[in-house]
Design a protein around this ligand. Sequence first.
Ligand code: BTN
Length: 338
Amino acid sequence: MPKKGAADFPGTTDRRIDALLALLAENSTIVISGAKIAEEIGVTRQHVWRWIEKLRTLGVRVKGHPHTGYHIERVPDILVPQMLRRRLYGTPFARRIRHFFKIDSTNTAAMHLAEQGEPHGTIVLAEEQTSGRGRAGRSWLSEKSAGIYCTILLRPPISPAHAPLLTLVAGLAARDAVAEDLDSAPDIRWPNDLLVGGRKFGGILTEMHAEPDRVHYAVVGIGINVNQSKMPPELADMATSLKIETKKNHSRFELLIRLLRHFDRYYNQFLSDGAQPILRRFAEVSSYFRGKRVRITTSAESFTGTTAGVEPSGVLRVARDDGRGIELVLSGDVAEAE
Ligand code: BTN
């Protein structure tokens, strides 16, 4: 049962903005009257222009036609909850989508919401993050409306020991979702880096609240660089975006729908059939699964070796070069080695 406050999380995009955007976008070829807009979004006719102005300040180009009404000049690639919900029908993600134009981090928001009782399947989306978080305390650059910044709140019936598999599930879903946007196949560097041509364009940050035998909730944060035109110079050698790779823009809206549908499929497969199908798929699409020369850096040490599969719990197996056998890598940085 959601506790009081969950519905009014600060900064959530106003329901009327959502409704107005959906209305204009779904009727993009016609002019809609102020009266119709007023009725549909639940404001007075006098207030319609104010909400249109609000949309304009958000960069949406709405043309006003004297005496007849308004029409949207180009459907913006904004992750509008109402339109997403329709396309996610039949998945648990259609129920509760929380959208923010600007937020510190969708993972941080999702954890607060989880504490307030928000249900399994809630999606937190942002057009921009001011403190996007990456793994190992790093930050995640989250340029406005250029990438996908999405967190999925789960209440999975699994033990914390199996939680690393949620990251693999998300990695596979994101990989499959972007595959049709790219000319060459994307790779996954265990556990969560999405790569193309050896450069990273996406990552996953899974955080959870658990007891030794039960996960209360997990938040799976997915960041994908989609329409960034360039990377900051210090990242350009190792980071990229779908646009940089393909020289064209991609629809974040369509990509997000594919991502969430693939996630739903892999997640259900994991719950019904266990880790094996997930690991089999990971072995098919990740060059890091087996036989890859890697350098592993953990908080304790740095060593080289060759990857030797993934344990049913999602932990990476690495045959060490120093003859100390197979190392089970729970977390740490994985880099390709000579
Ligand atoms: C990584 O270091 O590879 C993980 C990056 C995860 C970034 C995403 S963007 C959406 C969600 N919110 C965050 O603050 N981080 C994750």
